[in-house]
Ligand binder design. Structure first.
Ligand SMILES: NC(=O)c1ccc[n+]([C@@H]2O[C@H](COP(=O)([O-])OP(=O)(O)OC[C@H]3O[C@@H](n4cnc5c(N)ncnc54)[C@H](OP(=O)(O)O)[C@@H]3O)[C@@H](O)[C@H]2O)c1
Length: 331
């Protein structure tokens, strides 16, 4: 009897989750179609997406290719990136640019190495006559204490400093291609971060959750300060949070073996798919609705309010100045 009750409850719960996921999927597709309907063709436009071989970046690369952009995938592992590019081409059905199709190219970019960022930008500046959109998407989440090649705490180094240098070196090309856009993928978890200037490298203490949140707060402060500096240039910059998305981001999070099936079920049912999660990046990269909009923060393709700590212009300027020194733009 008891076994029958447990089996019935499990079956009922399973059916509920399937129905829930199905309904969410249907709603997500309708929202995606709505956002897509408002999006312009990206034909003739060049887009760089960092971390485009996985998760949100991969989904955005596929959609922007579908919209006929020339998409440059900035990825740290060439083999993984080439594999993702092959799969995306097969999904989207790449047509040659001469026949009006988009283009997908892979370039090596390790944001944990300033040397690699410089080499990537050097190549882009040599090869690309224009750059219409830069999507700073790549990210690392709650890793154990590690340092980048240049000795920075990994999450701050990759999520903030690597992108800071990348954006700075590509700004001239973005300005020459104006109107152009910069999209910065942050996270709602910024709320739990602080810019503790006295220990940006976390040498005094390291807390992996705090450091992720700090790097995501830095993303928003950077986007707002950059928007201020870019006023009147035709280059806009906005930040966003994608929601909770089922991607590879949690690779450093330890889930006990026995809890994994439950986690997989719950994340399948309740988390966004990468395509759903990428909608705000795609919207900010392509929609005419946000032409000229700059310095704002978005979620689900709508502007959202920020906590005062993310709108602190003094902290943003100080972070900018220190970042310039850390990445070697200022001696
Ligand atoms: N998933 C969520 O729920 C969520 C929520 C809020 C914000 N976000 C943000 O969304 C962005 C995309 O994450 P995701 O969820 O799509 O995770 P993901 O599937 O793990 O993708 C992250 C991408 O960043 C790349 N990356 C990591 N370190 C790099 C480095 N040193 N140099 C160059 N690329 C590097 C990864 O490359 P490899 O594949 O080679 O490791 C991968 O392509 C991140 O900025 C993340 O903070 C995600």
């Amino acid at each position: 009897m008891a076994a029958a009750v447990v089996a019935a409850a499990a079956l009922g719960g399973g059916l509920f989750l399937v129905a829930w996921r199905w309904l969410r999927g249907a709603r997500g597709s309708a929202a995606a179609a709505g956002a897509g309907a408002g999006a312009a063709s990206m034909r003739g436009k060049t887009v760089i997406i960092t971390g485009a071989n996985s998760g949100l970046g991969r989904a955005a690369a596929a959609e922007l290719l579908r919209m006929r952009a020339r998409v440059i995938m900035g990825c740290r592992d060439r083999a993984r990136a080439e594999r993702a590019a092959r799969e995306i081409r097969a999904e989207v059905g790449e047509r040659p640019p001469a026949e009006g199709g988009g283009e997908l190219v892979v370039r090596e970019l390790d944001l944990a190495s300033l040397r690699s960022v410089r080499a990537f930008c050097h190549r882009v500046l040599q090869e690309e006559p224009r750059l219409d959109v830069l999507i700073n998407n790549a990210g690392i989440f709650q890793c154990p204490y590690m340092k980048t090649e240049d000795g920075f705490e990994m999450q701050f180094g990759v999520n903030h400093l690597g992108h800071f240098l990348l954006t700075s070196l590509l700004l001239g090309l973005l300005k020459n291609s104006a109107p152009s856009r910069i999209v910065v993928v942050s996270s709602k978890l910024y709320k739990y971060g602080e810019i503790n200037f006295e220990d940006l490298n976390s040498e005094i203490s390291y807390n992996k959750s705090f450091c992720y949140s700090r790097s995501k707060l830095a993303n928003i402060l950077f986007a707002r300060e950059l928007a201020r500096r870019l006023e009147g240039t035709g280059v806009t910059v906005n930040s966003l949070h994608p929601g909770i998305v089922r991607t590879n981001l949690g690779r450093y999070v330890n889930i006990p073996l026995l809890a994994k099936p439950l986690f997989n079920l719950v994340s399948w049912a309740f988390f966004k798919t990468p395509l759903e999660g990428a909608q705000t990046s795609i919207y900010l990269a392509s929609s005419p609705d946000v032409e000229g909009v700059s310095g704002k923060y978005f979620g689900d393709c709508k502007e959202e309010e920020l906590l005062p700590k993310a709108m602190d212009d003094l902290v943003a300027r100080k972070l900018w100045d220190i970042s310039e020194v850390m990445v070697g733009l200022l001696k």
